[in-house]
Design a protein around this ligand. Sequence first.
Ligand code: ZN
Length: 229
Amino acid sequence: MERIAVISDLHANLEALRAVLGRTADTPVYCLGDLVDYGANPNEVVDLVRDRQIKVIKGNHDEAAVTGDTSQFNAKAAMGSKWTSATLTDSNRKFLKELPLSLRFKIGGTSVSFFHGSPDDPLWEYVDPLTHSLLFSHYLDKLGVGLIGLGHTHVPYSISESKGRVFNPGSVGQPRDGDPRASYAEVQFDGDTSKVEIIRVSYDNEAAARKILAAGLPEVFASRLHTGT
Ligand code: ZN
């Protein structure tokens, strides 16, 4: 039986990432994008991901921080993106720029595909499991895989279809499902079946929120870490 950990939407929250990686020391880790924005430690988070050799795909916030195109963001998110872009080191900006838009691999008898948004629009589409559950079989069929991991919405779920499973590990750095604890997924592969467990981890969200305010970033980026919304 093999096991991996899947993290997503770290959003420059170093305290949350450290807490999650503290639980996954002996497990290969994959990341579904959005390493940066909203939080105060974009470089430290990218450095830690690079040090741990986590396999990463690109999220829409990583793309915006690299291209400077914030046209799809609201005013506060655009301001945050500009701050991130100005704060990133050249080396970390290059790392984010070169990230792939998807990952595909096989563990045991299960083929796996990972995207930040969706298989149709890997950077930007929000996949709401309530409205998309009918599409999940289509995604699994079209890609010819038994497991699909998606990020971007910051809301964790794991939905089983006859052809396989689609899951979202939730967000490490900025949960939006009403539970402020960091969220990630542990996936167990056994033959051609896979099992997904969503795990929540408490971390020092006070410290992360204080740093956001000290950096002069919008107050809502900090208050969200207390409410999980
Ligand atoms: Zn995100």
